[in-house]
Design a protein around this ligand. Structure first.
Ligand SMILES: [Ca+2]
Ligand SMILES: [Ca+2]
Length: 168
């Protein structure tokens, strides 16, 4: 009798654990990162769920937020501040958003505080690169709204405009 009750309790616990775990598995994590500095710096550990340029600083740049959302599976959201201009300054070229243009490789929504208020400036005369490079593996949906994107520059010998979307 005691063994039977123990088994039933165990079964109930397993069922409970499955019920708790199921919604976590079913819904992919969706993360929202709020950019709180105009600096152009990389994330210290892309994919750890924290947007920050150095450990325990809480400094979240636009570039760090994009690296973080690229590294995290599923659609994520980045919030930019109103009355703020974000100027790209990390010179170079890669496809990981660590330098040069901002490479987006995963579904993403970027929301600014208004087209006349939130500016992303590619600093093209110094950087010689685009502002955004949407590099899809498949068809990630990227929504950018309430933002002005300016001063992107096409790298020599490249195709696409000041921002581009690659099909593959
Ligand atoms: Ca991180
Ligand atoms: Ca993501």
């Amino acid at each position: 009798m005691f063994r039977k009750i123990t088994a039933l309790v165990l079964l109930a616990l397993v069922a409970l654990a499955l019920m708790i775990a199921a919604p976590l598995r079913a819904a992919p994590n969706s993360n929202t990162f709020t950019v709180n500095t105009t600096a152009d710096a990389t994330d210290v550990a892309p994919g750890d769920g924290v947007c920050e340029t150095a450990p325990a600083t809480n400094n979240c740049t636009l570039r760090a937020a994009i690296q973080e959302t690229n590294a995290l599976a599923g659609a994520d959201t980045i919030i930019l501040q109103p009355a703020t201009t974000y100027i790209l300054t990390l010179f170079g070229s890669d496809d990981l958003a660590a330098k040069g243009d901002l490479d987006i490789t995963d579904a993403l929504t970027i929301n600014g505080g208004g087209a006349n208020s939130t500016i992303i400036d590619g600093n093209g005369s110094n950087m010689g690169d685009r502002v955004f490079d949407i590099r899809s593996n498949g068809t990630p949906t990227v929504n950018i709204s309430n933002v002005t994107i300016r001063n992107g520059k096409l790298p020599p010998g490249n195709v696409g405009g000041p921002s581009r979307t690659l099909p593959t």
